[in-house]
Design a binder for this molecule. Structure first.
Ligand SMILES: *[C@@H]1O[C@H](CO)[C@@H](O)[C@H](O)[C@H]1NC(C)=O
Ligand SMILES: *[C@@H]1O[C@H](CO)[C@@H](O)[C@H](O)[C@H]1NC(C)=O
Ligand SMILES: CC(=O)N[C@H]1CO[C@H](CO)[C@@H](O)[C@@H]1O
Length: 396
């Protein structure tokens, strides 16, 4: 067993070294030229600068490969999850990937990329190496990045926007939709693997990482950027694998749950783009959610909380303030090791908005974006849901 573990770790190290040598050397001008143009889709690159100076990349696929005549195309915005980027929505074949399918179905598709990811463009003054560049958690993604990207889309389309989020993209939505200025731009939302609570997370890898306080270890070592391709990350993975609860022979399953419909032969292609960096502080915030079972702003500790919030504890995100007429489709999976059924159930007791549920018994965390069967299982129902809302004409 010990030998096997060592073998796995070696394999990982070799994998990461390979990536560092070859994977990172591959450079693209942007997501459009990396994936969309090669498949023959129209695609435009935009940038938008947040209040706090981050320059985000946003892509637009104005129509599908065949430009069918549709009077007004409703904008739909796709928000990726943790350690992912806008590429997430386009990584399988065009008839399997949500981004392509929406464009071919007549939507005006917009793709978000949060700060720090590969398709974003740094900061107006801070270099990527600066500690301050990584001084944020999903609070800022919801408070700064999302409103900036949505404002750009609204300015250019003058239309309410459909929202699709996966994983951290749903955390961002739950947090941002409590803001009246954001929700008034939205027509409806589809939340895939919806997360507002994390205390019942079953992922053995995440559990072990929380128990080992890897967020604090990273902080203590002065690591502020979380780059899974770094030697530091390999060391941390090694540490988790040495703790007995995790089967590192199948690392992905230990992290996300057993994805039913993952195409293993495409992993080398996925690794061309993913994983994207995030910040240690963001991980710390997510670990706080796991430890405390709450959905609040970042916990700075007693003194820090008084300074930032004038209160000893961080304020909760008020899910009840999401308008009750707001239509939301939530798709959740029976084998999802991140969005556990108990946590989803708890969240559902806290929201008043109009929720339609889609339960996919055999889906784990990555199936929602990478399943080769997602079109029939999820994307067709999602499109039908959006089309039904446009007939109902939701207005806040
Ligand atoms: C959107 O339009 C408003 C009003 O013209 C402008 O002030 C704002 O800077 C624009 N925002 C973006 C992100 O384009
Ligand atoms: C899985 O990926 C490989 C490599 O890209 C491809 O040849 C194969 O057709 C894919 N299988 C499915 C079911 O999409
Ligand atoms: C089934 C289960 O483990 N439920 C737990 C989920 O998290 C909440 C909040 O921390 C606990 O109270 C439940 O016992």
């Amino acid at each position: 067993m010990k030998k096997f573990r060592l073998f796995c770790v070696c394999l990982l190290v070799v994998g990461f070294c390979f990536l560092r040598t070859f994977g990172l050397a591959r450079s693209y001008d942007g997501l459009c030229s990396a994936i969309l143009h090669p498949w023959g889709y129209p695609c435009l690159e935009y940038t938008v600068t947040t209040d706090d100076g981050f320059i985000l990349g946003v892509q637009r696929i104005p129509h599908g490969r065949v430009e069918n005549v549709i009077e007004s195309r409703r904008p739909v915005f796709l928000q990726h999850g943790l350690f992912q980027g806008g590429d997430t929505w386009f990584e399988n074949f065009p008839d399997q990937s949500l981004g392509f399918i929406l464009a071919d179905a007549g939507f005006d598709v917009w793709v978000g990329n949060v700060r720090g990811t590969r398709w974003s463009h740094g900061h107006v003054s801070l270099p990527r190496g600066a500690k301050e560049f990584w001084d944020w958690s999903f609070d800022e993604l919801a408070e700064k990045d999302l409103p900036a990207m949505l404002e750009l889309i609204y300015n250019l389309t003058q239309s309410q926007i459909y929202y699709v989020g996966h994983s951290q993209g749903t955390i961002m939505a739950f947090a941002a939709f409590t803001n009246a200025k954001v929700i008034k731009r939205m027509a409806a939302a589809a939340l895939l693997s919806p997360i507002a609570f994390l205390s019942n997370i079953t992922s053995p890898f995440a559990r072990a990482a929380v128990n080992l306080h890897l967020d604090q270890v990273a902080k203590g070592m002065g690591v502020h950027q979380l780059n899974l391709r770094s030697e530091f990350a390999v060391e941390m993975v090694d540490r988790v694998c040495k703790s007995k609860q995790v089967n590192c022979g199948d690392l992905l399953t230990s992290i996300t749950g057993p994805n039913c419909c993952f195409n293993n032969s495409r992993i080398p292609y996925y690794l061309d783009f993913e994983p994207h960096p995030s910040s240690t502080k963001n991980l710390e915030h997510l670990f706080q959610m796991i430890r405390k079972g709450t959905f609040t702003k970042f916990d700075w500790g007693w003194f820090g909380n008084w300074r930032h919030y004038a209160s000893s504890t961080p304020p909760e995100y008020d899910l009840l303030s999401i308008p009750k007429e707001f239509p939301v489709l939530m798709a959740y999976g029976g084998l999802d090791a991140m969005a556990d059924l108990n946590d989803v159930a708890l969240m559902l007791t806290k929201v008043l908005c109009k929720v339609e549920l889609l339960y996919l018994e055999n889906y784990a965390h990555l199936d929602f974006v990478l399943s080769v069967k997602a079109k029939g299982d999820l994307y067709d129902p999602l499109i039908a849901f959006f089309k039904a809302q446009s007939k109902l004409g939701f207005q806040v």
